[in-house]
Design a protein around this ligand. Structure first.
Ligand code: FAD
Length: 322
C-alpha cells in the first residue's frame, strides 16, 4: 500500500506551522490517487500536544516522536528520525511543506531513504498510483515540468501557495515512538532571537508591499503603506544583498514564495527570479518609473511613476477610503 508520510513543522513556541496543513493537502491528493494511508510525524522534545492537534486534520496516524535531542528542529537530528519512521511504516511517499526548514530537512531524508525527490511540487497528476507524477517549476518558474520519480520511495516538498490548507476532518490516531539519537550531530543551536513584528507573516499575509533597488534603501514609504493596509513588507534580492533589509524579507526563487490577494511592487524591475516568488498573487500592482520594466508584463495594474511620489499619494487615498 502506498502510504504517505508528512513531516510536521512546529513554530518556535511549539504550535503548528500552518504550512504543514498545505503539505497535508498534498498528501491527501497523493492518497486519493494511490489508495494508501495518510500518516504524519511530529518530531520534538515533547511531540504529544502537537500530534494531538495534527490528528484532527484527516490524518490516519500521527507518529509522535519525542526525544531530548529533538529540542531544536535542526536537519541533522530531524532527518534521521524522519527516515526512521518512514522506513518503519513502509511509506512510499514522504513530504513536507517547502518552507526554509522543509527545504533543509527533506533532501536529507531522501538521501537516507535512497529516494528521488521532487522539490516545490505544484500539483499531483496522473490517474493512479503507478502513474503518479508531480508538476514542479524549473528555471525560476519559466518552465513547469511534469516529473515521475523512479525510486521505490519518493520524497517531495510542496509549495504552500499551490495547495489549500487542510481542514479539520475527523480525528486520527496518535502513536508515540522514541527516535534513536544520531551518533553525532554537526548542528548546534547557540541562540534563538525571535524577530517580533506587529505585521502579518510574509507567507501568510493577504497583502504584501515590496520594495526594490528603486527605493535606494529608503523603506519609509513602503513601511507606511504596509501599515496603512495591514500588510507584510517584502523585498527584492537586490535590497537584501545590499543589507538594506533582512534576508527573511526576500521574495523570489531564492527567497520566499508568496501568493497574497494583493502584491504591490515598488521600484522592482521584475527579474524572472523575483517573479518566481510572487506571480501567484491574485492582483499585482507595479510602480516603476521605467515604462519598459518587465514587472509590467505580470502586473494587473501598472503605474509609471516615481515611487517616492506615488506611495504617499496611494497611502493618503487608502486612508481616505477607510
Ligand atoms: C540564481 C539567482 C537567484 C536569484 N534569486 C532572486 C530572488 O529570490 N529574488 C529576487 O528579487 N531576485 C533574485 N535574483 C536577482 C534578480 O536577478 C535581480 O537582480 C533582482 O531581482 C533585482 O532587484 P530589483 O528589481 O530590486 O533591482 P533592479 O533590477 O535594479 O530594479 C530596480 C528598478 O527600480 C526602478 N526605479 C528606480 N528608481 C525608482 C523610483 N524612484 N521610483 C520607481 N521606480 C524606480 C528602476 O526603473 C528599476 O526597474 C536572483 C538572481 C540569480 C542569478
Amino acid at each position: 500500500m502506498s502510504n504517505v508520510l508528512i513531516v510536521v513543522e512546529a513554530q518556535p513556541d511549539g504550535s503548528l506551522r500552518k504550512a504543514t496543513l498545505n503539505a497535508i493537502t498534498a498528501g491527501k491528493q497523493i492518497v486519493a490517487k494511490t489508495g494508501g494511508e495518510l500518516h504524519a510525524v511530529v518530531l520534538a522534545k515533547d511531540a504529544g500536544a502537537l500530534a494531538n492537534t495534527v490528528k484532527e486534520y484527516g490524518v490516519k496516524v500521527v507518529h509522535a516522536g519525542s526525544a531530548a535531542h529533538l529540542t531544536n528542529f535542526t536537519a541533522d537530528v530531524v532527518a534521521p528520525a524522519g527516515a526512521e519512521i518512514a522506513t518503519a511504516i513502509k511509506a512510499e511517499f514522504v513530504g513536507a511543506a517547502a518552507t526554509q526548514a522543509g527545504r533543509d530537512v527533506m533532501p536529507r531524508i531522501a538521501a537516507r531513504l535512497k529516494a528521488a525527490m521532487a522539490s516545490e511540487i505544484l500539483g499531483v497528476v496522473g490517474s493512479s498510483g503507478a502513474d503518479l507524477q508531480f508538476t514542479r517549476p524549473m528555471w525560476a518558474g519559466a518552465v513547469i515540468a511534469t516529473v515521475k520519480l523512479g525510486t521505490a520511495i519518493k520524497c517531495f516538498t510542496a509549495r504552500t501557495t499551490e495547495f489549500p490548507m487542510a481542514e479539520k476532518a475527523g480525528a486520527g490516531e496518535v502513536k508515540a515512538f522514541a527516535p534513536a539519537a544520531p551518533a553525532k550531530s554537526l548542528q548546534k543551536v547557540v541562540a534563538f532571537k525571535e524577530v517580533k513584528s506587529a505585521r502579518p507573516a510574509l507567507t501568510e499575509a493577504k497583502v504584501v508591499v515590496s520594495g526594490g533597488r528603486g527605493t535606494k534603501g529608503d523603506f519609509k514609504e513602503i513601511d507606511a503603506l504596509a501599515d496603512e493596509l495591514g500588510a507584510a513588507v517584502g523585498a527584492s534580492r537586490a535590497v537584501c544583498d545590499a543589507g538594506w533589509q533582512p534576508n527573511d524579507l526576500q521574495i523570489g526563487q531564492t527567497g520566499k514564495v508568496v501568493a497574497p490577494q494583493l502584491y504591490i511592487a515598488a521600484g522592482i524591475s521584475g527579474a524572472i527570479q523575483h517573479i518566481a516568488g510572487m506571480k501567484g498573487s491574485k492582483t499585482i500592482v507595479a510602480i516603476n518609473k521605467d515604462a519598459e520594466a518587465p514587472i509590467f508584463q505580470v502586473a494587473d495594474y501598472g503605474l509609471v511613476a516615481d515611487l517616492f511620489k506615488a506611495l504617499p499619494e496611494l497611502r493618503a487615498a487608502v486612508k481616505a477610503a477607510k
